[in-house]
Write a protein that binds this ligand. Structure first.
Ligand SMILES: [Zn+2]
Length: 409
């Protein structure tokens, strides 16, 4: 038996007036999800803990059974791993932007005009760089995004950032956030690094071309989100499941990679609300041939929430539902456990994450079916899974897979 785990980002919502006081998920026409709900077990998931609003990073750790309170050290390491950097325990990782700075040292564009081409070549300028015995690794991600890793002895993640988070200001100074030689050294290395980077980037061919075209230069690096790479459990060893991650966003691939999942790289997987959902679920279906556990992440739901667009979110959920026919019991010879949920709620009225629990459904061919017939927040509250913590989800899934996770004689 295999397991498909579908996570729709920011799925949970609150009742919306224009949608007959239903949530986007409840209002959406979702025959496939409803089938899993009616043949499966339903409940409400407090992804981290009741009343705690999850970030997407901590939420995914919890969903994979890794307690974020024990292991989470900041977003940087996951972003770096998601871009493809093989981060090592003890590395200090940061989120980084290519940005534009003018001759008066004022940040004029925090995203260098959302530069879309050439950042990989810019990152090449930093190859084999070392400062004070610290190895510098910079990798470009999508658009203006990049990840920075400092590797070496005597480093700390207790340093401030240089990103003022607004334009029209000078970058901030890196400062140690604690009085230790490690934090001081890290701040010093970062300060030297951004100075060197400014010179290297300003002289880069790409920026000369951008200047002649009147485009914002990618001549500065804004660095934030320091995190020490944690020693996380290996998902495959922990659960004895050959695991694959089907996701477009770097953060989700990063969580998967750090937990030791196989990352399926396919150009069709990226795109948020414009993701090719058919391609994504084709890839997931193919992955199920090889892997026991296939995590499939869908980002678009959360993007519509952040835009405050419940109708868009509802229609997007319907599109996801259409693609789930592949995994219905009749198409899978009763050999697949399907688990569907969100990583957190993102009510359209909040335009942000909330602590509201998310609906979850777990279907297996011989599970204890409850009386719930539709997939949705208020229906799930009537289900036999009751209220769950995110970190307990994998254990319940293993029980459906008949993989014993025993405690006691
Ligand atoms: Zn999320």
């Amino acid at each position: 038996m295999k397991l498909l785990f579908v996570v729709m980002d920011g799925l949970g919502d609150r009742p919306i007036k224009e949608l007959d006081n239903k949530t986007p998920l409840e209002y959406a026409n979702t025959p496939n999800m409803d089938k899993f709900a009616s043949l499966g077990m339903n409940g409400l998931l407090h992804v981290i803990a009741p009343g705690v609003t999850p970030g997407s990073d901590t939420a995914h750790l919890a969903l994979f059974g890794v307690d974020p309170y024990e292991y989470y050290t900041g977003r940087g390491p996951f972003e770096a791993a998601g871009i493809g950097l093989e981060v090592k325990q003890g590395d200090i990782a940061f989120r980084t932007n290519f940005a534009t700075i003018n001759t008066e040292d004022i940040i004029t564009d925090r995203r260098a005009g959302r530069i879309s081409e050439g950042t990989k070549e810019l990152a090449e300028l930093f190859k084999n760089m070392e400062i004070d015995g610290v190895e510098i690794l910079l990798v470009a991600g999508t658009e203006h995004r990049a990840a920075l890793v400092l590797r070496g002895d005597g480093l700390s993640d207790r340093v401030s950032e240089n990103d003022p988070h607004v334009e029209g200001q000078k970058p901030l100074e890196f400062k140690p956030l604690e009085d230790t030689p490690e934090a001081q050294k890290t701040a010093r290395v970062l300060t030297t690094f951004v100075m060197k980077a400014k010179t290297l980037l300003s002289n880069a061919e790409l920026n000369k071309n951008r200047e002649s075209q009147g485009l914002p230069l990618a001549n500065y690096l804004l660095i934030r989100g320091a995190g020490k790479v944690p020693q996380v459990p290996n998902f495959e060893e922990e659960y004895c499941l050959e695991s694959a991650c089907v996701a477009g966003g770097g953060l989700y691939k990063g969580v998967g990679r750090m937990l030791g999942m196989h990352i399926i790289e396919d150009s069709r997987l990226t795109g948020g609300t414009t993701t090719n959902l058919t391609a994504k679920f084709d890839v997931a279906l193919e992955a199920l041939q090889t892997y026991d556990f296939v995590f499939t992440h869908v980002k678009g739901t959360d993007n519509f929430s952040h835009d405050g667009n419940p109708v868009g979110k509802m229609k997007f959920i319907e599109k996801v539902d259409k693609e789930l026919y592949r995994f219905l019991p009749e198409n899978f010879k009763n050999d697949l456990v399907v688990m569907i949920t969100g990583d957190h709620s993102s009510p359209c009225s909040f335009k942000d994450h909330s602590a509201d629990p998310v609906p979850v459904v777990i279907y297996s061919p011989d599970c204890r079916v409850d009386k719930v017939e539709k997939f949705g927040e208020s229906y799930a509250a009537e289900g036999n899974l009751g209220h769950l913590l995110g970190k307990h989800l994998m254990g319940i899934a293993l029980n459906e897979l008949r993989l014993v996770h025993k405690f006691g004689a």
